[in-house]
Design a protein around this ligand. Structure first.
Ligand SMILES: NC(=O)c1ccc[n+]([C@@H]2O[C@H](COP(=O)([O-])OP(=O)(O)OC[C@H]3O[C@@H](n4cnc5c(N)ncnc54)[C@H](O)[C@@H]3O)[C@@H](O)[C@H]2O)c1
Ligand SMILES: [Fe+2]
Length: 385
C-alpha cells in the first residue's frame, strides 16, 4: 500500500463531546469563533448551550444562523459579510452538511478572497480559517472531508470544491445532537453514509486503510440504520450511525465516491432533490449495473451489511446485495423521481445535460464499471421506470 490520508487533526467522538468545544478551541490556540448554523437548528436553541459555555469563559462568539440547505454562493456571501464584521479567528459549524460546507466556504473566502467558482474542482483549495465541525446529522461526513459543495446562485451549478484546505481542523462527533432527526432525514442521511462507505470500498482509489473504515461503517449501518429510523430516541442506534457516518466520511474522502454520487449531484442541481435522497434513489440501480466489474468487492459489502452470510459465494452474495438494497430503500420509503414530484417531460429534457454533468464531476471515473454518457442516460431512464 502507498496512500496519503487526510483527516482532521483532532476528533472528539462520543455522547456529550460537544461540551468540549472550549477545550478544543484552547487545544488549537483559537480565541474568537464565529458560530455558523441554520435557522431551524437556531430556532430549536441547539446552539445556546455552546454560546453559554463560551460566554461563561468570556470567549467572544459571533453567530451566523442563515445557512440554507444545499448552500449557495448567496448564502455563503451573507455569512462572509458577518465574518468580515468581526475579528474572528475560526468558525464553529453546527449542523448538517449544509452548515459545515457553508462554514468551510466562508473560511476559505475570508482568508483568500475571490469567489467560490475560483475554488471548484480541479482547483485545490488552500487552508482558510480553521473550522471546528459539530455535525447534527449522521450522513455527509463533511466534518472529516476535504470537500464542500456550493451551488452557484447565478446559474444553479452545484460546484464541487476540494482540497486539503477544506479539512476541518477539528470535529466534535456527538450522537446526542442527532437524536432530534425526523425519520425522513434519518433515512436520507443514513443512506448517504451507506453510499459513501459502499462507493469508497468499490472505488478504484480504495486502499486497505479506507477499506477497513468502509467495512466497519457498512457493518454498523446494516445493523442500526432501520432501528434509528423506527426509534429516533434509540441511543445505541444513533451512536452507531454517527460513528459510521464519520468513518464512511474518512473512507470516501481518501478513496473517493463513484458513479452514485456523480449521478446524484445533477438531481440536486436540476430538481432540488436533497443530497442523501438523490443517492438513495440511485443506490440499488447503479449498484446492480456496476456489480459485474467487481463482484468480489460488492460481495464483501453484502456480507458487511448483513445481507449475505459470511460463507455464501460471491455470486449469491451480490444477488442478495442488489435485492437487499432495493428492499431497504422500499422499507425506508425512498420515493422514485416521479413520486417525488418531478414531471416526466422535465426529466426527459434534462437527461442529456445531467449525464454530461455527472461525467464532468469526475466521480464516475472511480467506478469499477466505467459508464459512457449514453449509459448514464440509460441508467437515469431505468430509475424513472
Ligand atoms: N462536504 C462534503 O464532504 C459533503 C458530503 C456529502 C454531502 N455534502 C453536502 O451536505 C448537504 C446535505 O447535508 P445534510 O444531509 O446533513 O442535511 P442539511 O445540512 O442540508 O440539513 C437538512 C435539514 O435538516 C435539518 N437538521 C439538521 N440536523 C438536524 C437535527 N439533528 N434534527 C432535526 N433537523 C435537523 C436542517 O435544519 C435542515 O433543515 C448537501 O449540501 C450536500 O451537498 C457535503
Ligand atoms: Fe454524500
Amino acid at each position: 500500500m502507498n496512500a496519503t490520508v487526510l483527516m482532521p487533526g483532532l476528533l472528539h467522538i462520543g455522547g456529550g463531546c460537544r461540551e468540549r468545544l472550549l477545550e478544543t478551541l484552547s487545544q488549537l490556540g483559537l480565541h474568537r469563533p464565529l458560530l455558523v448554523t441554520d435557522p431551524f437548528l437556531a430556532a430549536q436553541g441547539l446552539h445556546e448551550p455552546l454560546l453559554r459555555a463560551l460566554g461563561e469563559a468570556q470567549v467572544p462568539c459571533g453567530v451566523f444562523a442563515d445557512c440554507v440547505p444545499d448552500p449557495t454562493t448567496d448564502s455563503v456571501g451573507a455569512g462572509l459579510a458577518v465574518c468580515a464584521e468581526g475579528d474572528y479567528d475560526c468558525l464553529v459549524a453546527l449542523g448538517g452538511g449544509s452548515a459545515i460546507d457553508t462554514a468551510k466556504a466562508i473560511a476559505v473566502l475570508a482568508r483568500h478572497g475571490g469567489e467560490m467558482r475560483d475554488y471548484r474542482v480541479p482547483a485545490s483549495v488552500p487552508p482558510g480559517l480553521p473550522v471546528i465541525a459539530v455535525p447534527t446529522t449522521a450522513g455527509t461526513g463533511s466534518e472529516v472531508t476535504r470537500a464542500a459543495v456550493i451551488t452557484d446562485s447565478r446559474d444553479g451549478e452545484k460546484m464541487l470544491c476540494m482540497g486539503p484546505g477544506l479539512v476541518p481542523a477539528a470535529a466534535l462527533v456527538d450522537y446526542e445532537l442527532s437524536l432530534s432527526m425526523p425519520p425522513r432525514l434519518t433515512a436520507d442521511t443514513g443512506l448517504d453514509a451507506l453510499c459513501h462507505a459502499l462507493e469508497a470500498y468499490v472505488s478504484r482509489k480504495a486502499n486497505p486503510f479506507t477499506d477497513s473504515l468502509a467495512l466497519a461503517a457498512l457493518t454498523a449501518i446494516g445493523r442500526y440504520l432501520e432501528t434509528a429510523w423506527r426509534e429516533p430516541g434509540n441511543c445505541a442506534a444513533r451512536e452507531a450511525m454517527m460513528l459510521a457516518a464519520t468513518q464512511a466520511g474518512i473512507a470516501f474522502a481518501n478513496a473517493s465516491v463513484t458513479l452514485i454520487h456523480g449521478m446524484s449531484r445533477p438531481l440536486g442541481a436540476h430538481f432540488h432533490v436533497p443530497h442523501g435522497l438523490g443517492n438513495a434513489m440511485l443506490l440499488a440501480e447503479v449498484t446492480a449495473w456496476s456489480v459485474p466489474a467487481a463482484p468480489g468487492r460488492y460481495a464483501d459489502c453484502a456480507r458487511a451489511l448483513g445481507l449475505a452470510a459470511p460463507a455464501e459465494c460471491d455470486e449469491r452474495a451480490v444477488e442478495r446485495l442488489v435485492s437487499g438494497l432495493r428492499a431497504l430503500t422500499v422499507r425506508l420509503e425512498v420515493p422514485g423521481p416521479e413520486a417525488w414530484g418531478i414531471a416526466e417531460a422535465d426529466w426527459r429534457e434534462a437527461l442529456p445535460l445531467m449525464a454530461e454533468q455527472a461525467l464532468a464531476s469526475g466521480s464516475p471515473a472511480n467506478n469499477p464499471r466505467l459508464a459512457s454518457a449514453a449509459e448514464i442516460e440509460a441508467l437515469y431512464r431505468r430509475l424513472w421506470a
